[in-house]
Each structure stands twice: as structure tokens, then as C-alpha cells.
Design a protein around this ligand. Sequence first.
Ligand SMILES: C[S@@+](CC[C@H](N)C(=O)[O-])C[C@H]1O[C@@H](n2cnc3c(N)ncnc32)[C@H](O)[C@@H]1O
Length: 194
Amino acid sequence: MFEKRFEEYEKLNFEDVHSSILPYLAQLSGTIVDIGSGSGRDAAGLAEMGFNVIAIEPSHKLLEQAKSRHQSPNIKWLHGALPNIPNSLKNTSNDAVLLSAVWTYIRPDQRGEAMLSMSGMLKEGGYLFLSYRNKISSDCDQFYEATIEETSRCALAANLHFVKSFEEYDHMKRDNIYWNVLVYVKQISAKPNL
Ligand SMILES: C[S@@+](CC[C@H](N)C(=O)[O-])C[C@H]1O[C@@H](n2cnc3c(N)ncnc32)[C@H](O)[C@@H]1O
């Protein structure tokens, strides 16, 4: 289903789609993990901003298409899907994770584990940027509703603390669709002094 939408994803502009989080990105450097990287549009945008990018995508076909469209020495392309992640990424210390338009494809009973996986890839002080849309549309055959409350509960259980939320219009201009963009920061609670 996602493969045939490759060109539609590519038509969108990275800076427009992610305008809310650009001020956060501007303060960061290092490595960003783009999960559910789709056409590779965002991986390419981030690489152009100077980041090293690890792009993870479950569709082999999309991964191949993205790799050949966006050839950059600063992007590493990996096959994988939440809630599991490639072993090479477990317990790594990346600066941010981008989960753009993927959360509503993850079953609610797998979201806790998915958050733990994402948190496990972040260093302390690292950011998670997560966006999801409010409702299903005709172009999508799988959709699990999400709310800020449920998402933030899962996040907190993985030491990801809510920072800010934004509401965005749909850049594909579909009727009655809007987007929530959520920002979290990894903060491991201080251990009590014994
Ligand atoms: C709507 S597209 C968004 C693509 C890209 N992130 C963007 O913002 O343009 C959803 C993407 O999530 C991927 N996806 C679906 N289920 C996933 C999962 N469990 N883990 C990671 N990616 C997933 C799909 O293969 C597809 O590339």
C-alpha cells in the first residue's frame, strides 16, 4: 500500500511537513534515526541539514526506491519495523528519533514496546519527534487511533517526557485530516540516594 504512494510522499517538502520541529532540529547535531522512512524524503532533508541519518523501513521495495532516489553518504538504510528494531541499534546513543506518520500503523498493544525500542536508541537528553493524523482516510487500509494522552503515557513509561505538541494541517490537503506533532525528551529519573 505504501509503495504506490512513493511519488506522493516525495512531492511534499521536508521543511513544510516538519516546520514545527525545525527549531528543535536547529539546536541538534549528530545522528537522527528516521523510523518508517518511506520514500526517504525526510532522511534526505535531515542529511542536507548536516545530520547523519539512520533510515529504517519495513518495506524492502520502498527501501530500495528510497536508496536509489536519495544517494547520500550520510544516510544508512536499514530494514526493520517497530516494535522491534535492528539489533545493531539496540542500546545506542543517538541524538533524536523521527517517527513521522507511522504511529497509527502500530497496534496499541505493541506501542509500549515500540516506545521502549525508540527510547533505547536515544542518549539522555535525546528527542523523539512523533507525528500522527487524527483519522483514517480512503487511502489507508490500516489505522489504529492515537491520542496525545495514550501516546504520552507510553512515552513516559519509556523515560520519554512530554515537551510540546503542535497541531498541523494536512499537507496533502485531504478533507478533515489534521496532524498532531509531539515532542518528547529522554530523561532517566535520578536514582534516590541510599
Ligand atoms: C504514511 S508512510 C510515512 C512515511 C514517512 N515517514 C513520511 O513521513 O513520509 C508510513 C510508513 O511507515 C512504515 N511502517 C508501517 N508500519 C511500520 C512499523 N511497524 N514500523 C516502522 N515503520 C512502519 C510504512 O512502510 C511506511 O513507509
